[in-house]
Design a protein around this ligand. Sequence first.
Ligand code: SAH
Length: 339
Amino acid sequence: MVGVKAIGWTFSPREWERWVEEKRESLYRARQIWHWIWKKGVYNPAQMSDVPLSIRTALDSEVFFPMLELVRSQESRDGTRKFLWALPEGGKVETVWIPHQNRYTVCISSQVGCSLNCRFCATGQLGLERQLKGYEILLQVYAVKHLLGLPITNVVFMGMGEPLLNYSAVIEAVEGLTQRMGFSGKRLTISTVGIPKAIQRLAERSEPFELAFSLHSAIPEKRRALIPLAAHISLEELQTALGLYCEKRNEWITLEYVLLEDINDQEADAEALREFIKPPLRAKVNLIEYNPVPELPFRGSRRIKDFQQALLKRRIITTIRRSRGADIAAACGQLSRRF
Ligand code: SAH
């Protein structure tokens, strides 16, 4: 239960100063508290050993640090780990930790469930339960790092939910990751189904982060058959919004493309992709191996290498995202809280 106490995770440095001032304590106590919470991963006042008892007592009675509760975890043969958390404000989400050589990626959720119902995605089958608060998104990274002690180099908003349909909480989490936890924006990726208005707002922001757009087909009818939301948002609108984004931020984006057998893996699909990527839109393509979902009729394409060649031939930078953690249903699009 979140009671009348203030939630400590949401305090900015200024707010900690004000809080300390109220207690008539020196301002540097605010920095000490901050350091304990965000640098050392200690949020229990009793353990803040260089903070005077009076302040620790005040912290105890006025501020509250709700934490995620680990309900279950599972480890894949490839080292990928999946965690199911109970959230402070209700509901459960999954977070995935993916080690690969010297890169450790955490894949976080932004919503409990998802409203989009993309035909090939397991999370889509759940429907939307609720939005995560900004601090609940951030705590997924905090808990993996400080509670479980796992190394993290990259964070991707590719777990459950559509980040841009929970815009302000996601921005709050991005700020927390960069300004509190010290992650470089180059190592944070927001992945979206494509909401033009939200992309325009992102384009105006000054802080660094990377953007990935789930295209999956540049042929309108095909995209509509995979992504119900595409019936309301045209590819031209998205192309324009993304082009403006690249221009304003002077960046490239990534196009995510799940390769599905007999659906989007032919020459005509590669040609449509080439036509989609035109200036000012600057994009590389990340081909994603399809991760099977038991109830769904899709199969991964066996033409992944050929399709990559078809794109490279068209001078499109193309990488392949190999499936990780599929044996424990921890891979992209498999998160449906089954363990
Ligand atoms: N809502 C965001 C984040 C979703 S998950 C978005 O749409 O981008 C991240 C990526 O995994 C998306 O590109 C999504 O389309 C893809 N994905 C969904 N189900 C998948 C599956 N079964 N196999 C592989 N990728 C999948």
